[in-house]
Design a protein around this ligand. Structure first.
Ligand code: FAD
Length: 516
C-alpha cells in the first residue's frame, strides 16, 4: 500500500494520453497514480472452435490491434514517468481487489454506454461508494453525452439523423480548446501482491502465429492514430470536398476514407479531437461539404448511433426492440456459412468477406453490399447473425454502430426502402470494371477475363480452363440466383411490413412491445 493520495486510472477504451479527462483528473493533486488495464478472458480467451483464429468474440486482427495499442499506451505513459499495469481476470473483481489493496482515494475511468461495461461499472461504483472512494467517470468517447441528448429530446432518442442534429447542436466543449497533452504523471505506487505484468504478446495470450498470408495493414495505438489523422488532414482539399457516398468501395491500396474507425473504437484517437481538427480546417477553406456526407458528418453518425443504442432497450435484437420491424428471417446455417466463409459464388461479395477476414476493415459501401446480400437482398438470413460475424471480425467492431448499421441495412429500422437492393454483380463493376479488388482478395480469379470477373459462371468452359478456375470446382457456383432471390426477398419484406403496419394500427405501442 502506498502512503499519500492515490488514484487509479482504469483504461478500457480511451487508450490514449491526449484528450483524456479521466487521466488528467487522476493525475491532479495525487501523489501516486495506478494506470491499470485488465485483460478480460471473456473477450480475449482463444476459442479453438471458432472458424477463424481469435476468441469467440474477437478475431485475431482485433486482439492484435488491442495489444499494439496497449504497448503504445505503455510506452507513452513511460515517457510521462509512469507505466501501464496489466492484470488479468474478470475486470470488476480485479478492480475491486486493486482498490482494496492500494488504498485508492480516487477512481477514474471513461464512461462507457455499452451494456457489458454498464453492468461491470455499477458493481465497481457501488463498491467504491461504500468504501468512500471518489469516482470520476466522464463522457469522452463520443462528441455528446447520449443521456443529455435524450433528455433534451423529451426522454427519447431522436429517431432520425436530421432530428439528432437539430437536438444536438454544437458540442458544449467545442467553444474552448481541448486540453490535448499531459507533460508528466505522478509515479506508480507500490503494488504489493497484485499480479502485475507487462503487456503480453498475442502468443503469450495463447494464440498461434497463424501464418496468415496477408495481415491487416492497420497497426494499433495512439501514435499511429495521430499520424493517420495528420496524414488524412494534410490534404485539406480532400477533407473539404469529402462526400461519403462518392467514395470508391473497391479502393484498397489507398482507401477512399480515413480508416480511423479502429482507432476511434479503442479510443486511441479522441473523436472530440478529430472533430475539433475538422472544425479548424473548415474555418480555413472557402467552402466545405456538410453533414450527413462530410467527414464531420461521419463523426455525427457515430454519435447518432451511440444515442440510439443508449436510449433503446434491446437495441441489439429484433425481439423486444421497439424500433425494429419484426421480420420472419430464416436461420439457414448453410447460406450463413457460405456468406461468412466467402463461398457465395459472387466474387464481389466474396472478395469483401475475404477483406473482412484478412484486414478486419472494409469500406462503408462494401459493408452495405454484403449486409444487404445476407439479409433483405438475397439470402434472407437474420441480421443478428451477420452482426455477430462483423462483431467478431471487424477491428472497429463497435456495439452501438454495428447494431445500428445492421438494423439500417436490413431495413429493420431507420431505412425502409427495401426495393433498393445492391446488385452483387453490377455494383462492384461500376467502380472497378477490371476487377482489381476481386483479383487481389480472390487470387483464384486473378486470370479471369474482365468480362466475366463478376459473373465467372457465365464464362465458356475453355475460358474458365485457361484462367485455371473452373466454376463448381475451383470457385463455387452462386448459392442463389440473384434475380429470383431478390424478388422473393422483396415479396417477403412487403408482407412483413404490411403485418407490422397492421400491428401498429391495432395496438398501442406498449401492447406492441409485449407482443414481440
Ligand atoms: P470515415 O468515412 O473516414 O469516417 C470517420 C469516422 O466516422 C469513422 O471512423 C467512424 O467512427 C465514423 N463513421 C463513419 N461512418 C459511420 C456510420 N455509418 N455509422 C457510424 N459511424 C460512422 N463502424 C464502426 O466503427 N464499427 C462497426 O462495428 C461498424 N459496423 C458496421 C456494420 C455495417 C453493416 C455497416 C454498413 C457499417 C458499419 N460501420 C461500423 C460504419 C462504417 O462502415 C465505418 O465506420 C467506416 O467504414 C469506417 O471507415 P473510416 O474510418 O474510413 O470512415
Amino acid at each position: 500500500m502506498a502512503l499519500g493520495s492515490c488514484s487509479l486510472m482504469w483504461f478500457r477504451k480511451g487508450l490514449r494520453i491526449h484528450d483524456n479527462p479521466a487521466l488528467e483528473y487522476a493525475a491532479k493533486s495525487s501523489d501516486f497514480v495506478y494506470p491499470v488495464f485488465v485483460i478480460d478472458p471473456h473477450y480475449m480467451k482463444p476459442d479453438p472452435n471458432a472458424f477463424s483464429p481469435g476468441s469467440s468474440l474477437a478475431g485475431l486482427n482485433r486482439i492484435r490491434f488491442l495489444i499494439e495499442s496497449l504497448v503504445d499506451l505503455d510506452s507513452n505513459l513511460k515517457k510521462l514517468g509512469s507505466r501501464l499495469l496489466v492484470l488479468k481476470g474478470e475486470p470488476g473483481e480485479i478492480l475491486i481487489r486493486c482498490l482494496e489493496q492500494w488504498n485508492v482515494k480516487k477512481l477514474c475511468f471513461e464512461y462507457d454506454t455499452e451494456p457489458y461495461y454498464q453492468a461491470i461499472d455499477v458493481r465497481v461504483k457501488d463498491y467504491a461508494c461504500s468504501a468512500g472512494i471518489e469516482v470520476f467517470s466522464p463522457v469522452s468517447h463520443t462528441l455528446f453525452n447520449p443521456a443529455d441528448i435524450i433528455q433534451k429530446n423529451g426522454g427519447k432518442p431522436p429517431l432520425s439523423y436530421q432530428s439528432f442534429l437539430k437536438v444536438a447542436g454544437q458540442p458544449s466543449w467545442a467553444s474552448s480548446p481541448l486540453s490535448t497533452s499531459l507533460s508528466s504523471l505522478p509515479p506508480v505506487g507500490a503494488y504489493g501482491n497484485c499480479e502485475i505484468s507487462e503487456v503480453p504478446s498475442v502468443k503469450e495470450l495463447g494464440y498461434e502465429d497463424n501464418g496468415q498470408d496477408e495481415l491487416t495493414p492497420f497497426r494499433g495505438g495512439e501514435s499511429e492514430a495521430l499520424k493517420r489523422l495528420r496524414d488524412s488532414l494534410s490534404d485539406g482539399e480532400w477533407v473539404a470536398n469529402f462526400e461519403k457516398p462518392k467514395g470508391d468501395p473497391s479502393a484498397f491500396l489507398k482507401p477512399a476514407t480515413t480508416v480511423l474507425s479502429p482507432y476511434l473504437k479503442f479510443g486511441c484517437l479522441s473523436s472530440r479531437y478529430f472533430y475539433q481538427c475538422l472544425q479548424d480546417l473548415y474555418k480555413n477553406v472557402k467552402k466545405h461539404t456538410s453533414p450527413p456526407v462530410s467527414l464531420a458528418g461521419q463523426l455525427l453518425w457515430r454519435d447518432f448511433f451511440y444515442t440510439m443504442a443508449f436510449g433503446t432497450p434491446n437495441f441489439d435484437q429484433m425481439k423486444g426492440n421497439r424500433i425494429c420491424k419484426q421480420i420472419p428471417w430464416n436461420s439457414n446455417e448453410e447460406l450463413l456459412a457460405a456468406w461468412r466463409e466467402a463461398r457465395t459464388g459472387y466474387p464481389w461479395i466474396d472478395a469483401i468477406m475475404v477483406q473482412l477476414q484478412k484486414w478486419g476493415w472494409m469500406h462503408h459501401l462494401a459493408r452495405h453490399c454484403v449486409a444487404c446480400f445476407l439479409t433483405r437482398g438475397d439470402l434472407f438470413v437474420h441480421w443478428e447473425k451477420g452482426r455477430d460475424v462483423f462483431g467478431r471480425l471487424l477491428i472497429d467492431s463497435d456495439w452501438a454502430i454495428n447494431n445500428g448499421n445492421w438494423l439500417w441495412l436490413s431495413c429493420s429500422s431507420f431505412f425502409y426502402q427495401y426495393n433498393r437492393i445492391y446488385s452483387p454483380i453490377s455494383f462492384g463493376k461500376k467502380y472497378d470494371p477490371n476487377g482489381k479488388f476481386v483479383r487481389h482478395f480472390l487470387p483464384i480469379l486473378k486470370d479471369m477475363p474482365k468480362e466475366y470477373i463478376y459473373e465467372p459462371w457465365t464464362a465458356p468452359l475453355n475460358i474458365q480452363a485457361k484462367a485455371k478456375c473452373i466454376v463448381g470446382k475451383d470457385y463455387p457456383r452462386p448459392v442463389v440466383l440473384h434475380d429470383s432471390a431478390s424478388k422473393e426477398c422483396k415479396r417477403r419484406l412487403a408482407e412483413a411490413y404490411a403485418l407490422n403496419k397492421e400491428l401498429n394500427g391495432l395496438v398501442s405501442e406498449e401492447d406492441l412491445h409485449s407482443l414481440r
